[in-house]
Structure formats: structure tokens, C-alpha cells
Design a protein around this ligand. Structure first.
Ligand SMILES: Nc1nc2c(c(=O)[nH]1)N[C@H]1C(S)=C(S)[C@@H](COP(=O)(O)O)O[C@H]1N2
Ligand SMILES: [Mo]
Length: 438
């Protein structure tokens, strides 16, 4: 546990305690575009201008150091093909999208978050890539991407993918792991084949209960015997027609950090089920026991617990569907209305794991009154849904706009975080600040 904590320390935190190591880690990265080139040759005056003040101890600054002030800024570390993401960690790479950059109905690839547990494979070319299906099947398969395309129906769907730990940063007492705020969610358009069709072609036996997924990334330790992550799902979820083996993202090849050239997309469930860099599906006669299936990984207590409470491991259950949630994607928090304006369109998305969203309500008086938003149906099941509300503020002042979605089973988002030891499933309401000047 403490080892994992060390390895998963956020880069900003690392800058505070050990800037030289942070620096070394950053500069060792292949997937960083060469931002440091700009800083390396930069004189002290430029550096001071960038951080917004003179640097009294500049003589002590290690060469090539990216000032923490800059490191904390969105976009200070760039990942090729990604735009505006906030990098939480570089080893493994973890990056989330600020809510106002998630306004599109279809999340552009450049704005889809990244959650890596290990080190990506380095080779993402589709030619020669193979995936196997074995275990509780009569005809084990060994397929290339072209085989998938030619043997099975190819479908395109908009699918929500959210990390089980999205929102962890709000837990108190804090939970270890990536300190995601709001942006470990995306709704890209994925093209691939139905996992169901592949499993049928493999002649799945009656004894099949669960899938076990394997990818070509490696464990952080470098030990080839250990998997970075190997999770799975019950057969009924694998057989859902919206669970895909995907080879295209928004009409193009997958982004290397989003699992190129082949991945599972099991929408509505913790993102960890959606194996990237997919190489094997092991059909099992029992619940899979791969890396991060056991212990407290992607598990929550079976009953409500007090913040900070110790929960015995046998009282945990595997997370399945993610809970109902929404985001305000416009305006950005901190928005100030122009003078003499009182009206504002507020909009965003809502989603509900395996369920659909039935309603979204918005409040600007700290939850005293609620206004029903206009809500669009999903273009296909498992896509997030657009909502909009037109608000009129009664007078000048500071407001908070809160959004609360309700799913088709009547469950709504809570105001407070329902605490659990590993910081999963935080679906508390998103709120933004709005100022009405006059
Ligand atoms: N092979 C592999 N697959 C993986 C992971 C990983 O580290 N390795 N991370 C998982 C987790 S925890 C999440 S939330 C999603 C994130 O998908 P994304 O990085 O494309 O957003 O991928 C999942 N699939
Ligand atoms: Mo995740």
C-alpha cells in the first residue's frame, strides 16, 4: 500500500517535497512535447514573468526545473494529442479534463481523460496486433484487428467512460490514489465490434461466469510476471450489446494513451473494466482474480460507513454500475455576468451508469428551490445526456449554481460525499460560482 502511494504521488505534490526528482521524472518522458525547450533557454526575467514575480532564491533552482507555479497550471505539462488536461501524475500518466472543456456532446480525443495503472506498451501499431479468447469456450480465438472488422458487425456508439475514483479529491479523511476532481469522465464515439459477438464466435460454454482482461502495458515495478491491471465483468455485462471491443475513437485510431490500437469499452461501469491495449480475454467459470480485482481495489463497503471507519476486507463488494451524476460544462466556475445582465444559460451533461437520466434540476439559492432543466434523450443508451437551464438571478451578488440529476430508478445525486475507504463513486452535485455585478 505505501509503495503504491509513493508511486502514485501526484507530480504537483512531488514538486513540493522533491522538486529535483519531479523534474527528473518529467524530463524522462517520451510523451511530453518539448515544452522545456522554451524554459531551458529562458532567462531569469522570462522565468519571473512566467511565475508572476521575481525569484529571490533563483540561484538555488536546479537547472531545467519547471517552477511549481507553472506545474500546477493546466497545460504546463503537455501530452501529445491532448489539449488542456490537468496532469495529476506522470508515472503512471494520469490526466483529467476541466469541466468547461467537456462541453461537447462527443468528447474530442484531445480532451478525453487518461488513467494508466502501469507503463504503456510503446508500440501502438494495429498491424500484427493480436487478441486471444480462451478459457470456458469451445473454440479459442486468436484474432487480428482486420479479423474483427471482417468477421463481426462494426458498430459506432457514444459511450460514457468514468474512472471509479473520479471525485476522490473531495474525500475527508482523504483517500489514497489519484486525486481526481471532476474530470475523469468522457463520452467519446467508439467504433468496434460487440464483445458479445466475439464471445459467441468462441463458443462460450454454459460454465462461463466472468471475463478476465489482459493488456500489453507493464507493471510499474517492471516485473514481467505482474500485470498493471487485469479486471473483468460478469458475463451478462460482457453480453450487453453496448459493450465493445473498440478500434476507433471519434473516427480515428485510438489515442496511444487511451489504449491504441484495441481496447474494451464497458460503458457505465468503473473505467477499470475497460481494458486498454487489449491482448487477451480469459472466459472464467468464477469471478476473475486478476490484478486489482481483490482487496479494496474498485470495491466499496456493502453497507454505509462513517468517514474514516475501518471496514474488514470481506465486507467489500465489487463496484458494478456507476451512480447517477452530472456536470456543469458552461459557464466555467467563476463566471461573471456582464453589467445589467441577470439571465444566464447553464448547461452540461448527465449520465447514470447502466441506467438513463430522468431529470436534471438546477438551484442558485443553495438548494432551497430547484428549477427543472431541459433534458435531451441519449443518442444511444450509455451516452451521456445534454441538459440546459435558463436562469434569471433576482439581484446582484454571489451565487452558486448547483446541478442535480435523477436516474430512471428515482435515485438522485447527494449533496455530500458518501465516504468509503478508497474514495470511489463520488457523485455529489457539481457546483459553480457565478457573480452578478450590478
Ligand atoms: N491495460 C490497461 N487498461 C486500463 C487501464 C490500465 O492502466 N491498463 N486503466 C483502466 C482505468 S482504471 C480506467 S478509468 C480506464 C481509463 O481509460 P482512458 O485512459 O482511456 O480514459 O482505462 C482502464 N483500462
Ligand atoms: Mo479508473
Amino acid at each position: 500500500m505505501s509503495e503504491q502511494r509513493k508511486q502514485e504521488r501526484g507530480i504537483c505534490e512531488l514538486y513540493e517535497t522533491d522538486p529535483e526528482r519531479a523534474d527528473a521524472l518529467l524530463f524522462g518522458r517520451r510523451w511530453c512535447s518539448d515544452r522545456r525547450g522554451f524554459l531551458k533557454g529562458a532567462g531569469l526575467a522570462t522565468m519571473a514573468a512566467v511565475v508572476g514575480g521575481s525569484i529571490p532564491f533563483h540561484r538555488n533552482m536546479p537547472g531545467g526545473l519547471i517552477p511549481a507555479a507553472l506545474a500546477e497550471e493546466t497545460g504546463a505539462f503537455e501530452i501529445e494529442g491532448k489539449d488542456g488536461l490537468r496532469v495529476l501524475n506522470d508515472r503512471p500518466v494520469n490526466a483529467e479534463t476541466p469541466p468547461h472543456l467537456l462541453d461537447d456532446d462527443v468528447t474530442p480525443t484531445a480532451r478525453h481523460f487518461i488513467r494508466n495503472n502501469g507503463l504503456p506498451p510503446g508500440d501502438y501499431t494495429p498491424d500484427g496486433w493480436r487478441m486471444t479468447v480462451d478459457g470456458e469456450v469451445d473454440n479459442p480465438l486468436d484474432l487480428g484487428i482486420e479479423d474483427l472488422q471482417s468477421r463481426f458487425e462494426v458498430v459506432t456508439l457514444r459511450l460514457q467512460l468514468e474512472c471509479g475514483g473520479n471525485g476522490r479529491a473531495a474525500f475527508n479523511p482523504p483517500a489514497s490514489g489519484n486525486q481526481w476532481t471532476l474530470g475523469a469522465i468522457g463520452n467519446a464515439e467508439w467504433t468496434g465490434v460487440r464483445l458479445r459477438d466475439v464471445l459467441r464466435a468462441a463458443g462460450m460454454r454454459d460454465t462461463a461466469r466472468y471475463t478476465g482482461h489482459y493488456g500489453r502495458d507493464s507493471h510499474l515495478s517492471g516485473d514481467p510476471e505482474r500485470d498493471a491491471i487485469s479486471r473483468g465483468m460478469p458475463i451478462w455485462k460482457a453480453m450487453d450489446p453496448h459493450t465493445l471491443v473498440a478500434f476507433r475513437m471519434n473516427g480515428d485510431a485510438l489515442h496511444p494513451m487511451n489504449g491504441a490500437p484495441l481496447r474494451i469499452v464497458a460503458p457505465g461501469w468503473p473505467g477499470s473494466v475497460s481494458q486498454k491495449w487489449l491482448s487477451r480475454i480469459w472466459v472464467r467459470d468464477r469471478v476473475h482474480d486478476g490484478q486489482k480485482m481483490g482487496g479494496m481495489s474498485y470495491r466499496v463497503p456493502r453497507y454505509p460507513v462513517e468517514p474514516g471507519q475501518e471496514v474488514p476486507e470481506e465486507d467489500f463488494r465489487i463496484i458494478e454500475s456507476m451512480p447517477v451524476k452530472s456536470l456543469i460544462t458552461s459557464p466555467m466556475s467563476g463566471h461573471e455576468l456582464p453589467r445589467d445582465h441577470r439571465r444566464l444559460e447553464v448547461r452540461g451533461h448527465a449520465w447514470a451508469g447502466d441506467r438513463a437520466v430522468r431529470a436534471v434540476h438546477v438551484s442558485y439559492d443553495f438548494g432551497s428551490t430547484w428549477h427543472q432543466a431541459e433534458l435531451s434523450p441519449p443518442p444511444n443508451p450509455y451516452s451521456w445526456q445534454r441538459w440546459r437551464a435558463r436562469l434569471e438571478f433576482p439581484q446582484k451578488g454571489y451565487y452558486e449554481v448547483w446541478a442535480r440529476a435523477t436516474d430512471d430508478a428515482g435515485e438522485s445525486q447527494p449533496f455530500a460525499v458518501a465516504w468509503n475507504p478508497k474514495g470511489y463513486l463520488n457523485n455529489s452535485m457539481h457546483r459553480i460560482a457565478v457573480r452578478v455585478p450590478v
